[in-house]
Ligand binder design. Structure first.
Ligand SMILES: Nc1ncnc2c1ncn2[C@@H]1O[C@H](COP(=O)(O)O)[C@@H](OP(=O)(O)O)[C@H]1O
Ligand SMILES: [Mg+2]
Length: 358
Protein backbone atom coordinates (compact mmCIF):
# COMPACT_ATOMS: atom_id res chain seq x y z
CA UNK A 1 0.00 0.00 0.00
CA UNK A 2 1.19 3.50 -0.89
CA UNK A 3 1.85 6.02 1.82
CA UNK A 4 -0.83 8.48 2.40
CA UNK A 5 -1.21 11.29 -0.21
CA UNK A 6 1.12 9.70 -2.73
CA UNK A 7 -0.27 7.91 -5.68
CA UNK A 8 2.01 5.66 -7.61
CA UNK A 9 1.38 5.59 -11.30
CA UNK A 10 2.04 2.15 -12.85
CA UNK A 11 3.75 3.83 -15.79
CA UNK A 12 6.05 5.81 -13.48
CA UNK A 13 6.87 2.63 -11.61
CA UNK A 14 7.72 0.85 -14.84
CA UNK A 15 9.96 3.74 -16.03
CA UNK A 16 11.64 3.85 -12.62
CA UNK A 17 12.30 0.12 -12.67
CA UNK A 18 13.65 0.25 -16.19
CA UNK A 19 15.99 3.12 -15.26
CA UNK A 20 17.18 1.17 -12.23
CA UNK A 21 17.81 -1.87 -14.35
CA UNK A 22 19.69 0.29 -16.88
CA UNK A 23 21.92 1.73 -14.16
CA UNK A 24 22.57 -1.72 -12.77
CA UNK A 25 23.31 -3.10 -16.23
CA UNK A 26 25.68 -0.21 -16.97
CA UNK A 27 27.58 -0.65 -13.73
CA UNK A 28 27.71 -4.38 -13.95
CA UNK A 29 28.63 -4.60 -17.64
CA UNK A 30 31.39 -2.05 -17.05
CA UNK A 31 32.67 -4.18 -14.23
CA UNK A 32 32.50 -7.34 -16.35
CA UNK A 33 34.15 -5.62 -19.28
CA UNK A 34 36.87 -4.44 -16.93
CA UNK A 35 37.34 -7.94 -15.58
CA UNK A 36 37.39 -9.31 -19.10
CA UNK A 37 39.93 -6.74 -20.25
CA UNK A 38 42.11 -7.50 -17.21
CA UNK A 39 41.87 -11.18 -17.95
CA UNK A 40 42.81 -10.65 -21.60
CA UNK A 41 45.71 -8.36 -20.78
CA UNK A 42 46.95 -10.43 -17.94
CA UNK A 43 46.98 -13.61 -20.01
CA UNK A 44 50.39 -12.99 -21.61
CA UNK A 45 51.58 -11.37 -18.43
CA UNK A 46 50.55 -14.45 -16.51
CA UNK A 47 52.68 -16.50 -18.90
CA UNK A 48 55.38 -13.90 -18.52
CA UNK A 49 54.88 -13.81 -14.78
CA UNK A 50 56.30 -17.28 -14.79
CA UNK A 51 59.96 -16.60 -15.28
CA UNK A 52 60.92 -16.92 -18.98
CA UNK A 53 62.12 -20.45 -19.43
CA UNK A 54 65.83 -20.78 -19.33
CA UNK A 55 66.42 -17.60 -17.38
CA UNK A 56 64.95 -18.71 -14.09
CA UNK A 57 66.13 -21.05 -11.48
CA UNK A 58 65.39 -24.15 -13.53
CA UNK A 59 66.06 -25.23 -17.10
CA UNK A 60 64.54 -28.16 -18.91
CA UNK A 61 67.25 -30.41 -20.33
CA UNK A 62 64.94 -31.62 -23.09
CA UNK A 63 64.50 -28.05 -24.30
CA UNK A 64 68.23 -27.50 -23.99
CA UNK A 65 68.80 -30.57 -26.15
CA UNK A 66 66.40 -29.28 -28.82
CA UNK A 67 68.15 -25.88 -28.93
CA UNK A 68 71.57 -27.53 -28.94
CA UNK A 69 70.66 -29.60 -32.00
CA UNK A 70 69.28 -26.52 -33.74
CA UNK A 71 72.39 -24.49 -32.86
CA UNK A 72 74.73 -27.17 -34.22
CA UNK A 73 72.73 -27.35 -37.46
CA UNK A 74 72.49 -23.58 -37.89
CA UNK A 75 76.18 -23.13 -37.14
CA UNK A 76 76.91 -25.89 -39.62
CA UNK A 77 75.07 -23.96 -42.34
CA UNK A 78 77.54 -21.09 -41.87
CA UNK A 79 80.50 -23.47 -41.89
CA UNK A 80 79.31 -24.98 -45.17
CA UNK A 81 78.40 -21.65 -46.78
CA UNK A 82 81.83 -20.16 -46.07
CA UNK A 83 83.66 -23.26 -47.34
CA UNK A 84 81.57 -23.40 -50.51
CA UNK A 85 82.06 -19.68 -51.10
CA UNK A 86 85.80 -20.30 -50.81
CA UNK A 87 86.49 -17.09 -48.87
CA UNK A 88 87.76 -18.42 -45.55
CA UNK A 89 89.70 -15.31 -44.46
CA UNK A 90 92.09 -17.70 -42.79
CA UNK A 91 94.37 -16.31 -40.12
CA UNK A 92 96.47 -17.57 -37.24
CA UNK A 93 95.02 -16.95 -33.77
CA UNK A 94 98.06 -18.30 -31.92
CA UNK A 95 100.06 -21.42 -31.38
CA UNK A 96 99.42 -24.57 -29.40
CA UNK A 97 101.86 -25.48 -26.62
CA UNK A 98 103.53 -27.81 -29.10
CA UNK A 99 103.99 -24.94 -31.55
CA UNK A 100 101.31 -25.84 -34.11
CA UNK A 101 99.53 -22.88 -35.63
CA UNK A 102 95.95 -22.46 -34.42
CA UNK A 103 93.85 -21.28 -37.31
CA UNK A 104 90.77 -19.12 -37.37
CA UNK A 105 88.44 -18.67 -40.33
CA UNK A 106 85.21 -16.85 -41.11
CA UNK A 107 83.56 -20.27 -40.84
CA UNK A 108 84.55 -20.47 -37.15
CA UNK A 109 83.43 -16.92 -36.40
CA UNK A 110 80.10 -16.93 -38.23
CA UNK A 111 79.16 -20.34 -36.90
CA UNK A 112 80.13 -19.24 -33.40
CA UNK A 113 78.01 -16.11 -33.62
CA UNK A 114 74.98 -18.07 -34.75
CA UNK A 115 75.33 -20.87 -32.22
CA UNK A 116 76.11 -18.62 -29.28
CA UNK A 117 73.27 -16.15 -29.84
CA UNK A 118 70.72 -18.89 -30.44
CA UNK A 119 71.60 -20.65 -27.19
CA UNK A 120 72.06 -17.46 -25.24
CA UNK A 121 68.69 -16.00 -26.27
CA UNK A 122 66.88 -19.26 -25.48
CA UNK A 123 68.64 -19.77 -22.13
CA UNK A 124 69.85 -16.40 -20.86
CA UNK A 125 70.45 -17.75 -17.35
CA UNK A 126 72.97 -20.37 -18.39
CA UNK A 127 76.78 -20.20 -18.53
CA UNK A 128 77.99 -20.67 -22.13
CA UNK A 129 81.65 -21.30 -22.93
CA UNK A 130 82.57 -21.00 -26.54
CA UNK A 131 85.77 -21.59 -28.47
CA UNK A 132 85.65 -18.21 -30.18
CA UNK A 133 85.20 -14.74 -28.73
CA UNK A 134 81.64 -13.47 -28.84
CA UNK A 135 80.72 -9.90 -29.52
CA UNK A 136 77.60 -9.49 -27.40
CA UNK A 137 76.61 -6.32 -29.26
CA UNK A 138 76.58 -8.33 -32.42
CA UNK A 139 73.08 -9.82 -32.34
CA UNK A 140 72.03 -12.63 -34.57
CA UNK A 141 68.53 -12.84 -35.98
CA UNK A 142 67.90 -16.56 -35.53
CA UNK A 143 65.79 -17.32 -32.52
CA UNK A 144 64.38 -20.54 -31.17
CA UNK A 145 60.78 -21.16 -32.22
CA UNK A 146 60.29 -23.36 -29.11
CA UNK A 147 59.66 -26.35 -31.33
CA UNK A 148 60.91 -29.66 -29.98
CA UNK A 149 61.51 -32.16 -32.81
CA UNK A 150 59.18 -35.17 -32.75
CA UNK A 151 62.05 -37.66 -32.30
CA UNK A 152 63.29 -35.82 -29.21
CA UNK A 153 59.74 -35.61 -27.82
CA UNK A 154 59.31 -39.34 -28.26
CA UNK A 155 62.63 -40.37 -26.75
CA UNK A 156 63.26 -37.82 -24.01
CA UNK A 157 61.17 -36.81 -21.02
CA UNK A 158 61.29 -33.22 -19.73
CA UNK A 159 63.82 -32.88 -16.92
CA UNK A 160 64.49 -29.73 -14.96
CA UNK A 161 67.82 -28.87 -13.37
CA UNK A 162 68.96 -25.64 -11.67
CA UNK A 163 70.26 -23.14 -14.24
CA UNK A 164 73.36 -22.47 -12.18
CA UNK A 165 74.36 -26.14 -12.35
CA UNK A 166 74.59 -25.99 -16.16
CA UNK A 167 77.62 -25.18 -18.34
CA UNK A 168 77.20 -25.23 -22.11
CA UNK A 169 80.28 -25.78 -24.30
CA UNK A 170 80.20 -24.72 -27.95
CA UNK A 171 82.65 -25.80 -30.62
CA UNK A 172 81.54 -23.86 -33.69
CA UNK A 173 83.96 -25.64 -36.03
CA UNK A 174 85.91 -28.67 -34.97
CA UNK A 175 88.84 -29.62 -37.23
CA UNK A 176 89.58 -26.09 -38.38
CA UNK A 177 92.97 -27.22 -39.67
CA UNK A 178 91.30 -29.81 -41.91
CA UNK A 179 88.62 -27.27 -42.93
CA UNK A 180 91.36 -25.05 -44.32
CA UNK A 181 92.75 -28.05 -46.22
CA UNK A 182 89.29 -28.76 -47.60
CA UNK A 183 89.09 -32.13 -45.87
CA UNK A 184 85.40 -31.67 -45.28
CA UNK A 185 84.57 -35.10 -43.88
CA UNK A 186 86.35 -34.33 -40.60
CA UNK A 187 84.49 -31.11 -39.84
CA UNK A 188 81.79 -30.98 -37.15
CA UNK A 189 79.94 -28.42 -35.07
CA UNK A 190 79.31 -29.45 -31.46
CA UNK A 191 77.29 -28.48 -28.43
CA UNK A 192 77.67 -30.03 -25.00
CA UNK A 193 75.66 -29.51 -21.84
CA UNK A 194 77.33 -30.33 -18.54
CA UNK A 195 75.41 -30.48 -15.27
CA UNK A 196 77.60 -29.95 -12.19
CA UNK A 197 80.59 -30.61 -14.46
CA UNK A 198 79.30 -33.95 -15.76
CA UNK A 199 78.72 -34.15 -19.53
CA UNK A 200 75.01 -34.90 -19.96
CA UNK A 201 73.97 -33.78 -23.47
CA UNK A 202 76.14 -34.11 -26.56
CA UNK A 203 75.42 -33.02 -30.12
CA UNK A 204 77.87 -33.68 -32.96
CA UNK A 205 76.82 -32.39 -36.38
CA UNK A 206 78.54 -32.94 -39.73
CA UNK A 207 77.64 -29.93 -41.86
CA UNK A 208 78.82 -31.40 -45.17
CA UNK A 209 76.79 -34.56 -44.89
CA UNK A 210 73.87 -33.15 -42.88
CA UNK A 211 74.36 -35.84 -40.26
CA UNK A 212 73.61 -35.16 -36.59
CA UNK A 213 74.24 -37.42 -33.61
CA UNK A 214 72.69 -36.48 -30.26
CA UNK A 215 72.46 -38.21 -26.94
CA UNK A 216 71.42 -37.45 -23.38
CA UNK A 217 72.64 -39.38 -20.35
CA UNK A 218 69.71 -41.26 -18.71
CA UNK A 219 67.56 -39.96 -21.55
CA UNK A 220 67.97 -41.33 -25.04
CA UNK A 221 69.83 -40.86 -28.31
CA UNK A 222 69.56 -41.06 -32.08
CA UNK A 223 72.84 -43.00 -32.36
CA UNK A 224 74.12 -46.28 -30.92
CA UNK A 225 77.26 -48.28 -30.32
CA UNK A 226 78.39 -50.79 -32.96
CA UNK A 227 77.61 -54.43 -32.29
CA UNK A 228 81.26 -55.42 -31.88
CA UNK A 229 84.70 -53.98 -31.16
CA UNK A 230 88.15 -55.45 -31.52
CA UNK A 231 89.50 -55.42 -27.99
CA UNK A 232 92.61 -57.51 -28.63
CA UNK A 233 94.06 -55.56 -31.53
CA UNK A 234 92.01 -52.40 -31.55
CA UNK A 235 92.19 -49.92 -34.41
CA UNK A 236 93.27 -46.68 -32.77
CA UNK A 237 92.05 -43.34 -34.11
CA UNK A 238 94.36 -40.40 -33.37
CA UNK A 239 94.92 -36.76 -34.30
CA UNK A 240 96.50 -36.07 -37.67
CA UNK A 241 97.48 -32.46 -36.86
CA UNK A 242 98.07 -32.48 -33.06
CA UNK A 243 99.40 -36.01 -32.72
CA UNK A 244 102.28 -35.51 -30.28
CA UNK A 245 103.60 -38.95 -29.35
CA UNK A 246 100.32 -40.73 -29.77
CA UNK A 247 101.51 -43.23 -32.38
CA UNK A 248 104.37 -44.38 -30.15
CA UNK A 249 102.01 -44.67 -27.19
CA UNK A 250 99.55 -46.71 -29.25
CA UNK A 251 102.24 -49.05 -30.60
CA UNK A 252 103.81 -49.47 -27.19
CA UNK A 253 100.41 -50.40 -25.77
CA UNK A 254 98.93 -52.57 -28.47
CA UNK A 255 101.94 -53.74 -30.46
CA UNK A 256 103.70 -52.67 -33.62
CA UNK A 257 101.04 -54.12 -35.89
CA UNK A 258 98.32 -51.95 -34.39
CA UNK A 259 96.33 -50.12 -37.03
CA UNK A 260 96.52 -46.40 -36.44
CA UNK A 261 94.05 -44.14 -38.17
CA UNK A 262 95.08 -40.47 -38.26
CA UNK A 263 92.02 -38.24 -38.54
CA UNK A 264 90.96 -34.63 -37.94
CA UNK A 265 88.50 -33.42 -35.33
CA UNK A 266 87.61 -34.74 -31.91
CA UNK A 267 83.93 -34.98 -32.92
CA UNK A 268 84.81 -37.10 -35.96
CA UNK A 269 86.98 -39.42 -33.86
CA UNK A 270 84.20 -40.05 -31.34
CA UNK A 271 81.77 -40.81 -34.19
CA UNK A 272 84.33 -43.35 -35.46
CA UNK A 273 83.60 -45.43 -32.34
CA UNK A 274 79.86 -45.57 -33.03
CA UNK A 275 77.40 -47.02 -35.48
CA UNK A 276 77.23 -44.07 -37.84
CA UNK A 277 75.58 -44.75 -41.17
CA UNK A 278 77.49 -42.13 -43.08
CA UNK A 279 79.70 -42.88 -46.03
CA UNK A 280 82.47 -40.43 -45.11
CA UNK A 281 82.99 -41.88 -41.68
CA UNK A 282 85.81 -44.27 -40.80
CA UNK A 283 85.49 -46.78 -37.97
CA UNK A 284 87.86 -47.36 -35.07
CA UNK A 285 87.84 -49.16 -31.72
CA UNK A 286 89.65 -46.70 -29.43
CA UNK A 287 90.34 -42.95 -29.60
CA UNK A 288 93.54 -41.71 -27.94
CA UNK A 289 94.84 -38.13 -27.67
CA UNK A 290 98.00 -37.31 -25.76
CA UNK A 291 98.46 -33.54 -26.05
CA UNK A 292 96.62 -30.73 -24.30
CA UNK A 293 93.07 -30.27 -25.59
CA UNK A 294 90.20 -27.89 -24.83
CA UNK A 295 86.94 -28.88 -23.21
CA UNK A 296 84.74 -27.62 -26.09
CA UNK A 297 86.58 -30.10 -28.32
CA UNK A 298 85.77 -33.14 -26.20
CA UNK A 299 82.71 -32.44 -24.04
CA UNK A 300 80.05 -33.38 -26.65
CA UNK A 301 81.83 -36.62 -27.52
CA UNK A 302 82.24 -37.41 -23.84
CA UNK A 303 78.49 -36.89 -23.25
CA UNK A 304 77.49 -39.01 -26.25
CA UNK A 305 79.78 -41.87 -25.18
CA UNK A 306 78.60 -41.70 -21.57
CA UNK A 307 74.96 -41.72 -22.68
CA UNK A 308 75.60 -44.88 -24.70
CA UNK A 309 77.50 -46.66 -21.92
CA UNK A 310 81.00 -45.77 -23.13
CA UNK A 311 83.83 -43.83 -21.49
CA UNK A 312 86.09 -40.89 -22.12
CA UNK A 313 88.67 -40.26 -19.43
CA UNK A 314 92.15 -38.85 -19.08
CA UNK A 315 94.96 -41.30 -19.84
CA UNK A 316 95.15 -42.11 -16.15
CA UNK A 317 91.44 -42.90 -16.02
CA UNK A 318 90.13 -39.76 -14.35
CA UNK A 319 86.76 -38.34 -15.32
CA UNK A 320 87.02 -34.90 -16.95
CA UNK A 321 85.08 -32.13 -15.23
CA UNK A 322 83.38 -29.67 -17.60
CA UNK A 323 83.32 -26.59 -15.42
CA UNK A 324 85.92 -24.00 -14.57
CA UNK A 325 89.03 -23.88 -16.73
CA UNK A 326 88.68 -24.66 -20.42
CA UNK A 327 91.70 -26.97 -20.76
CA UNK A 328 92.17 -30.69 -20.27
CA UNK A 329 95.72 -31.57 -19.31
CA UNK A 330 95.66 -35.32 -18.95
CA UNK A 331 95.14 -36.44 -22.56
CA UNK A 332 92.21 -38.70 -23.31
CA UNK A 333 91.21 -42.23 -24.08
CA UNK A 334 87.73 -43.09 -25.29
CA UNK A 335 86.07 -46.45 -25.76
CA UNK A 336 82.68 -48.10 -25.76
CA UNK A 337 81.61 -51.68 -25.03
CA UNK A 338 85.17 -52.46 -23.93
CA UNK A 339 86.89 -52.88 -20.61
CA UNK A 340 87.98 -49.23 -20.32
CA UNK A 341 89.83 -49.81 -17.06
CA UNK A 342 91.87 -52.62 -18.66
CA UNK A 343 92.78 -50.33 -21.58
CA UNK A 344 94.07 -47.68 -19.16
CA UNK A 345 96.12 -50.22 -17.25
CA UNK A 346 97.75 -51.28 -20.51
CA UNK A 347 98.83 -47.72 -21.34
CA UNK A 348 102.45 -46.89 -20.57
CA UNK A 349 103.24 -44.26 -17.98
CA UNK A 350 103.08 -41.17 -20.16
CA UNK A 351 105.76 -39.24 -18.24
CA UNK A 352 108.12 -42.19 -18.58
CA UNK A 353 107.21 -42.65 -22.23
CA UNK A 354 107.87 -39.04 -23.09
CA UNK A 355 111.34 -39.19 -21.46
CA UNK A 356 112.15 -42.39 -23.35
CA UNK A 357 110.94 -40.99 -26.65
CA UNK A 358 112.63 -37.60 -26.39
N1 LIG B 1 97.64 -29.60 -28.32
C1 LIG B 1 96.52 -28.94 -28.59
N2 LIG B 1 96.36 -27.67 -28.18
C2 LIG B 1 95.23 -26.99 -28.47
N3 LIG B 1 94.19 -27.51 -29.14
C3 LIG B 1 94.31 -28.78 -29.55
C4 LIG B 1 95.46 -29.55 -29.29
N4 LIG B 1 95.26 -30.78 -29.80
C5 LIG B 1 94.05 -30.76 -30.37
N5 LIG B 1 93.46 -29.57 -30.22
C6 LIG B 1 92.18 -29.16 -30.76
O1 LIG B 1 91.28 -30.24 -30.63
C7 LIG B 1 90.50 -30.41 -31.80
C8 LIG B 1 90.73 -31.79 -32.37
O2 LIG B 1 92.08 -31.90 -32.71
P1 LIG B 1 92.61 -32.94 -33.76
O3 LIG B 1 91.87 -32.69 -35.02
O4 LIG B 1 94.05 -32.64 -33.89
O5 LIG B 1 92.30 -34.25 -33.17
C9 LIG B 1 90.91 -29.28 -32.73
O6 LIG B 1 89.99 -28.24 -32.45
P2 LIG B 1 89.53 -27.07 -33.44
O7 LIG B 1 89.63 -27.56 -34.83
O8 LIG B 1 88.15 -26.84 -32.97
O9 LIG B 1 90.43 -25.96 -33.14
C10 LIG B 1 92.28 -28.92 -32.25
O10 LIG B 1 92.63 -27.58 -32.47
MG1 LIG C 1 87.38 -27.96 -31.73
Amino acid sequence: MAPMGIRLSPLGMAVFCLLGLGVLYHLYSGFLAGRFAFFMLSEPAAGGAEPPRGSAAAVDLRELLAVSVLAAVRGGEEVKRVREGNVLNEKAKGKTREGAEEKLTSGDLLSNRRMYHLLQAAFPGVQINSEERVDTADQDTVSWDRNIPEEIKQKIQPKEVPAESVTVWIDPLDATQEYTEDLRQYVTTMVCVAVNGKPVIGVIHKPFSAYTAWAMVDGGSNVKARSSYNEKTPRIIVSRSHAGKVEQVARQTFGNKTVIIPAGGAGYKVLALLDVAEKNQEEADVYIHVTYIKKWDICAGNAVLRALGGHMTTLTGEEISYTGSDGNEGGLIASINMNHRALIEKLPDLEETSHKLD
